[in-house]
Design a protein around this ligand. Sequence first.
Ligand SMILES: O=C(O)CCC(=O)C(=O)O
Length: 271
Amino acid sequence: MNDLRNQLTKEGYIKINNLIDKKLLTKINVLTTDLVNNQTEKEKKEQVSTGSMISVSNHENFLSLIINDELLKIFSRMGYNNPKWSSGYIIGKESNSAPLYWHTDWWAWDDPISFSKEPPMIFVMFYLTNTNKTNGCLRVIPGSHLKFNEVHKYIKKHHSHYRLYNNPDDPVFKSVKDELDVTSNLGDVIIGDGRILHAAHPNLSNKMRTVVTLWYYPDFDELPDHIKASSEDHHKWPKNWNEKSLDILKKYFPKYEGNAKKIKWNRIRYE
Ligand SMILES: O=C(O)CCC(=O)C(=O)O
């Protein structure tokens, strides 16, 4: 196994510096800033802790990140030669906004696959500005994709509850001793095991801080049938893209046509 794959397996995340064309990201940032600013007051109130949650499937321009040659080369270096993309969000944290709560992105915590060494699902984060502790960079608990951590015990409710940021004193928003800040520069990507505990600092700067997070199944075809079947609820096939873009996306979109029974989603790890 190569270094990147080793590090992802051991720590639960990796950062690749200077991978994505900065001009492309700057253009995308203009679009995302518009989209975030155009949210309704209701949407803003429902997403105080996360910041905006706008699906990339609504906008064709995100194909350049979803099927990005440089990213695919990294996947291939890691031995992921047949990755499938499932969904993604534009997460814009406005100036002076709240911290993001501790969470994992994985959804099958009742299933034994959750405790396998290899990541069933990964996230790829493209931050559209440089990030640091002041403007809301990512924080992670290295190793928590595999090992149970005290912070797992803090997470008791569904995301929709924590998003409201009703109780800023809840420990899900707080810094913890095992956490590590993952700062980034424009052009870097952060790839993480979907099971790792992660959060973000509040954005205390006077500028918007946006990340585009995309989720992939690095080895979809190797997953057990009931996981493939259940994963469908995560997939966001775009409705309004043109035929050419959909045709490109098709090859990277997960497909399961068997009859396996879906399992119940569980986003909370209890042990
Ligand atoms: O907003 C961030 O910095 C992190 C986003 C995140 O945790 C996620 O997309 O799962």
